[in-house]
Design a protein around this ligand. Structure first.
Ligand SMILES: *Cc1c(COP(=O)(O)O)cnc(C)c1O
Length: 397
């Protein structure tokens, strides 16, 4: 792997130089007022990125997976029922976590490549007249399949059923890269990590929690937790502090990351991701390789999962790209292992960087004798980028 090359894995993403520097801090006393100067704007920045006025923002030293565990353990108790669709490896892992915590998961099995079937949720919630289902779990962007689901449609389904369940959303590979509306979609807990849309190293679980989900923490019967306790954290935040030692450098990075996203303008950030992703899709179309996502409305703007011809081991392409050209792509996960490769296009990325990734993948496919004309995908992406230039000039921080 060459450290000069951009990376095309769907997280961790490329690190902007400014954020690397912001994370590299001398030691400060996390009990001094200086820490509050870092923590407060980081939390309010996250709230703005979530498009929320009402979310309580929590930042744990952890990753997205820890964020899931915090969401479940603070609000649910063993034996509670939750509703989830399994349409890829990440929704699968969330369901698995629920079961390990003794939750009862009503799983809607969904073909990988499809989005969350909101109409099925509506049927199940309508039939649940006893309101046994405490929470609906929705993976906004399935990073394994490159499928973006419609969270607003899930909320509408819940409302149509008149069901009081909470809505928990895994936004790990969408928040900060694709439109996310915590308040408008009636989200109760949103989970993400520092290493995807926020363009930072891994190390922070970042959550937005609604007043309704906060009140669920007060039952007294919720699952055991100490490190991830929302109430301890909320109490400490009241004094600009932590119940333990915070990752000061990463939180300083998060503060700057939010500023960068908000300065670029969230709409411009989302448009940039959509534009870069469209170039990738133009390239895969020129290669004649289908995406895993079943229809255009489901295609993710942060990761493309690309099927290779039957009988070909797609993992070999990823290994070859790393060994021969020093460039990282994503492998297929779970039932897609060997059948797909993934191009991550989220975080700190430009069209020019993306063209290098498309060109590299073409070389790899040609090296393996796949029926690819060198330059065909690059030309298709170039064509798209020339016709759809960014309207806002981007400053290099
Ligand atoms: C990356 C990712 C996760 C896991 O996050 P970690 O930070 O690796 O724990 C969960 N869900 C989705 C959708 C992801 O993309």
């Amino acid at each position: 792997m060459s450290l000069q090359n951009p990376s095309f894995i769907p997280g961790p993403t490329n690190l902007p130089e400014g954020l690397r520097k912001a994370c590299d801090m001398p030691t400060i006393d996390h009990r001094s007022p200086l820490f509050g100067e870092i923590l407060r704007p980081a939390r309010s920045g996250v709230r703005r990125v979530l498009k929320s006025q009402r979310a309580e923002v929590f930042i744990f030293p952890s990753t997205g997976t820890g964020g899931w565990e915090a969401a479940l353990s603070n609000t649910l108790k063993a034996g509670d029922t939750v509703l989830a669709a399994r349409n890829g490896m990440f929704s699968h892992r969330w369901i698995d976590m629920c079961r390990r915590h003794g939750l009862n998961v009503e799983v809607v099995e969904t073909p990988w490549g499809q989005g969350i079937p909101a109409y099925r949720f509506e049927e199940i919630l309508t039939a649940d007249t006893q309101h046994r289902i405490r929470a609906v779990l929705a993976t906004h962007n399935e990073t394994a399949t490159g499928v973006r689901s419609d969270i607003h449609a899930v909320r509408r389904a819940m409302n149509a059923a008149g069901h009081p369940a909470m809505l928990f959303v895994d936004g790990v590979s969408s928040i900060g890269s694709m439109d996310f509306r915590f308040d408008e979609w009636g989200v109760d807990i949103a989970v993400t990590g520092s290493q995807k849309g926020f363009m930072l190293p891994a190390g922070l679980a970042i959550l937005g929690v609604s007043p309704k989900a906060m009140s669920a923490t007060k039952g007294g019967e919720t699952l055991p937790r100490t490190f991830f306790d929302f109430r301890d954290m909320q109490r400490a935040y009241g004094q600009d502090a932590y119940p333990y030692t915070p990752c000061v450098g990463l939180i300083n990075g998060l503060n700057l990351s939010c500023r960068m996203l908000l300065d670029e303008g969230l709409d411009n950030v989302f448009a940039r991701h959509a534009r870069i992703a469209s170039g990738v899709r133009a390239a895969t179309g020129a290669w004649g390789l289908p995406l895993c996502a079943a229809s255009p409305d489901l295609m993710s703007d942060t990761v493309s999962t690309i099927r290779t011809p039957e009988g070909f081991d797609a993992t070999e392409l990823v290994r070859h790209a790393a060994q021969t050209y020093g460039v990282a792509f994503g492998v297929g996960l779970g039932e897609l292992a060997g059948k797909v490769f993934r191009i991550g296009h989220l975080g700190s990325l430009t069209e020019v960087m993306m063209l290098s990734g498309i060109a590299t993948m073409e070389m790899c496919m040609a090296d393996f004798g796949l029926n690819i004309t060198l330059g065909s995908g690059v030309a298709a992406a170039q064509d798209f980028y020339r016709k759809h230039p960014a309207t806002i000039a981007r400053e290099v921080a």
